[in-house]
Design a protein around this ligand. Structure first.
Ligand code: ADP
Ligand code: AMP
Length: 216
């Protein structure tokens, strides 16, 4: 199964991806996680991406397309794309690479959340810098406050989860990313629209139910 998870920043893509990959044995390919790992390694790509990420903009398409096509090639089986494609140009780049490889996406899962719900989710997000696990100070608390459940140590608040950057990221989403859903509608892809403005477990149930209905 090859899935794309779409939705605004803070919609719950990472949270739901973790559950989807655990259930279906897929690879989780998160462009944000890959970029953060590149930054931690102080690679050339990480240095190029830094400014865009810190200000809530998008890293240039050519860098992202190369990075994600590389990750897809390394994932031998099925996968879930999280945070990619984020522009129509990226969606076209992905299609071109899939066509060349004779592959297609099984479905696009669209997590739908109104902007009003986003700020609280993102400012309350806490992340593990070592294993990438994601928590929330109210909605998904770790067993011990401020500590990763996987024994990695302290959780951090991402710098780009500050209220100012969140508002830029939402603006970027509406200006450049929201159109990606329309792109897949035009391509008549199988689109699973999920009400993600409900508790985390209810969203997971809705996603699993929708995936069970897929003919793959
Ligand atoms: P994304 O990957 O789309 O940016 P995350 O999965 O990191 O979003 O979720 C953002 C924050 O919101 C996290 O702190 C997460 O625990 C919390 N969260 C995710 N889904 C929900 C939900 N359905 N209801 C409330 N909080 C949620
Ligand atoms: P995320 O972890 O998905 O919230 O992404 C964090 C940041 O990484 C974004 O705000 C962007 O600056 C950058 N980023 C992640 N994925 C992409 C992408 N597909 N295209 C461009 N920039 C991206």
């Amino acid at each position: 199964m090859k899935l794309i998870l779409l939705g605004p920043p803070g919609a719950g893509k990472g949270t739901q991806c973790k559950r989807i990959v655990d259930r279906y044995g897929l690879a989780h390919l998160s462009s944000g996680d890959i970029l953060r790992a590149e930054r931690a390694a102080d690679s050339e790509l990480g240095r190029k991406a830094q400014h865009f990420m810190d200000t809530g903009g998008l890293v240039p398409d050519d860098l992202i397309i190369d990075m994600m096509i590389g990750a897809i090639k390394k994932a031998s089986g099925g996968y879930v794309l999280d945070g990619f494609p984020r522009t129509v140009a990226q969606a076209e780049g992905l299609d071109e690479a899939l066509n060349k490889a004779g592959e297609t996406i099984s479905a696009v899962v669209s997590l739908e959340v109104p902007d009003e719900a986003i700020l609280d989710r993102m400012t309350g997000r806490r992340s593990c810098p070592k294993c990438g696990a994601v928590y929330h100070v109210v909605n998904l608390k770790p067993a011990t406050e401020g500590q990763c459940d996987n024994g990695c140590g302290p959780l951090v608040q991402r710098k780009d989860d500050s209220p100012e950057v969140v508002s830029n990221r939402l603006k970027t989403y509406h200006e450049q990313t929201a159109a990606v859903l329309g792109y897949y509608q035009k391509r008549q892809a199988s689109i699973l629209q999920i009400d993600a403005n409900q508790p985390i477990d209810a969203v997971t149930n809705a996603v699993f139910k929708a995936l069970e209905g897929l003919d793959v």
